[in-house]
Design a protein around this ligand. Structure first.
Ligand SMILES: [Zn+2]
Length: 245
């Protein structure tokens, strides 16, 4: 491909020096901008620019993502956040699109499949800065009822099932690590020592002695084996049985 390009350039140089100059310029700029598509210098110049523009957009996006990626809780106090949500939780005012008057019993499985984002992504999927993390306490608190401490149902918040699962996991982790407070049933501790109170860990009672000829279990004597089976067993183990038994 490069060789054919060189021959084309040479042919054009022969035809006119002015065109050749512009061609050289084009070639140089294209090489400077986009080395990946070097052999296709002339026709791909505009394409190359488009590619670089796309790259810039992508890098901007990744920069925006990485801005709060390491510290997602910083976003919850940023001006950007206050401007967008004010004092409301992230899910306030979100309405799911659904057919008919009755909303579905479950939210959608996920909003982002690969690089495809659905038309009406859930409150967490629609904002790339809202990142679920067990240290992102302010975000987690928005999804927990202040009265009962229960995580809101996804049908209330509109969060998709994938993010809801992450959310519940993050809430549990946060509670384990002490970032979130939660209530446990009150137990009045009287200071008694229960360590040996239970029979399982207490002093072992002495074994009941078998003085009489009684069976260990009373129902042992009531069991009468089938004579046929006994005869068969006796026959099988005849060689091993003591004489007289
Ligand atoms: Zn979602």
């Amino acid at each position: 491909m490069a060789a054919s390009f060189q021959t084309v350039v040479r042919a054009v140089v022969r035809i006119s020096p002015s065109i050749s100059y512009s061609l050289r310029q084009l070639k140089r700029t294209s090489i400077g901008i986009c080395p990946a598509i070097r052999p296709l210098a002339l026709p791909s110049h505009s394409l190359c620019q488009a590619v670089t523009l796309q790259d810039e957009a992508a890098t901007k996006e990744t920069e925006a993502l990485s801005r709060y990626k390491d510290r997602p809780w910083d976003y919850m106090e940023s001006e950007e956040y206050i401007e967008r949500y004010g004092a409301h939780p992230v899910w306030a005012g979100y309405r799911r699109n659904h057919k008919g008057g009755i909303p579905p019993q479950k939210t959608r499985k996920t909003c982002i499949r690969g690089d495809k984002i659905c038309g009406n992504p859930c409150p967490i999927c629609r904002d790339p800065h809202v990142i679920i993390h067990h240290q992102n306490v302010k975000l987690l608190q928005q999804f927990i009822s202040p009265h009962t401490g229960v995580v809101y149902d996804p049908t209330r918040t509109g969060v998709c099932m994938k993010q809801q699962k992450k959310l519940v996991e993050a809430v549990n982790t946060a509670q384990d690590h002490g970032f979130l407070s939660f209530q446990i049933p009150y137990v009045d501790f009287a200071g008694e020592d229960y360590s040996n109170g239970h029979d399982a860990v207490g002093v072992t009672p002495p074994a009941p002695s078998l003085t009489s000829a009684d069976d260990w279990y009373k129902w042992y004597g009531e069991i009468a084996p089938d004579e046929k089976e006994v005869a068969q067993v006796r026959k099988t183990y005849k060689a091993y049985l003591k004489p007289g038994t």
